[in-house]
Ligand binder design. Structure first.
Ligand code: CUA
Length: 363
């Protein structure tokens, strides 16, 4: 009976060691991968399915990574050049059909399986709810802000912050006015580019326990103010959301209509508007970025209004609010100030601001 040669026995032992190392490393790798909190809270019904997909991908890919790493290490150790072998070539190998079929078939099966599963998840999370059981919010990206347009029972209005009722599906129609942005609420997981000229979509359903505030971020580098393109998604209970809609849709009736414009402008507290913004639409407060002695603000992100508005007429001030890129104060950059104040402030509020700014900067 021929004994196994010593190098052969040694190699067998090395392979056994590598298998043990591989199994342990796989177990540790999967445990770490599943323990780490990769994502923020899962606050949409879609988020759970995406997180599960992620976990499955970890379980499927960690062993592959470990297998490749262990084989590379095994080869380096086992087939290293030993003293006296400097001028030797390895044995001539011209291929191994069985091995090649195996290493082609297994990854192919793995990939087809994962692609199929990912496709099923995608179809599932993109599924439309029963007809009529969904609200559409048009999301418009521009340098450097988002605007959200609603159509609630035929009444249209826009806001600078997103409001959604918990437990109800929403479809976002995503557009861009200038360059490519990317509409992302990490807590909801879903994310899509806002591309000029086309409308992209996705839908989510905020969970009923997701009531509260969630960050909205732009996930596509879109210019100097990219990092400031952050807003908030407010998830409200259904009654709170209805109350908000009622408030928003009542506003035009109270301020619009045509007659009595002067009296309406008188009811706007321009100084409060300047320091607090428009709470109904969450329009940013001017004082967040601008210094104005009369309002007691000292911010320096934008120009000092006491200086740049001195001697300017109402038309210039109005233009600077509604179309801030028209004239840029020396030393400041275009595209930093939001350009959606025409949407988030009522005409009366804009007029009141213009009157107020004109008065306090031209004393
Ligand atoms: Cu918009 Cu980045």
């Amino acid at each position: 009976m021929p004994e196994e040669s010593t190098p052969r026995r040694e190699r067998k032992r090395t392979v056994q060691q590598m298998v043990v190392v591989g199994i342990i490393a796989t177990a540790i790798g999967i445990a770490i991968g599943l323990t780490i909190h990769w994502f923020p809270p899962a606050d949409s019904t879609q988020a759970d399915k995406i997180d599960t997909l992620w976990d499955v991908l970890i379980i499927a890919t960690v062993p592959v990574f470990v297998l490749v790493t262990v084989i590379v290490c095994f080869a380096v150790i086992e087939f290293r050049m030993r003293p006296g072998e400097e001028n030797l070539d390895g044995p001539p190998i011209h291929g191994n059909t069985r091995l090649e079929v195996i290493w082609t078939a297994i990854p192919a099966i793995l990939i087809v399986g994962l692609v199929t599963y990912a496709y099923v998840v995608m179809r599932d999370i993109e599924q439309a709810p029963a007809a009529g059981n969904e609200r559409v919010v048009t999301v418009t990206g521009q340098q450097f802000t988002w605007t959200f347009a609603y159509n609630e029972g035929g009444k249209r209005f826009s806001t600078a912050q997103l409001y959604l009722p918990a437990g109800k599906s929403v479809k976002f129609d995503v557009k861009s006015k200038d360059v490519i942005h990317d509409f992302w609420v990490p807590d909801f997981r879903m994310k899509i580019d806002a591309v000029p000229g086309i409308t992209t979509h996705y839908r989510i359903t905020p969970k009923t326990n997701a009531i509260g505030d969630h960050d909205i971020v732009c996930a596509e580098l879109c210019g100097l103010g990219h990092a400031y393109m952050r807003q908030t998604a407010h998830v409200l209970s259904k009654p709170d959301f209805q109350a908000w809609v009622t408030k928003m849709t009542r506003q035009p009736a109270a301020t619009g209509g045509g007659g009595g414009g002067g009296a309406q402008a008188g009811t706007v507290d321009a100084k409060a508007l300047f320091t607090q913004g428009n709470p109904d639409t969450s329009a940013t407060a001017c004082g967040t970025c601008h210094t104005l002695a009369d309002a007691g603000t000292t911010a320096t992100t934008g120009p000092d209004l006491d200086k740049v508005l001195k001697g300017k007429d109402a038309a210039f001030i109005k233009q600077s609010i509604l179309d801030p890129n028209k004239v840029i104060a020396p030393g400041y950059q275009a595209d930093i100030m939001p350009t959606n104040f025409g949407d988030t402030l009522s005409p009366q509020q804009v007029d009141a601001l213009v009157q107020y700014l004109s008065k306090v900067t031209n004393k």
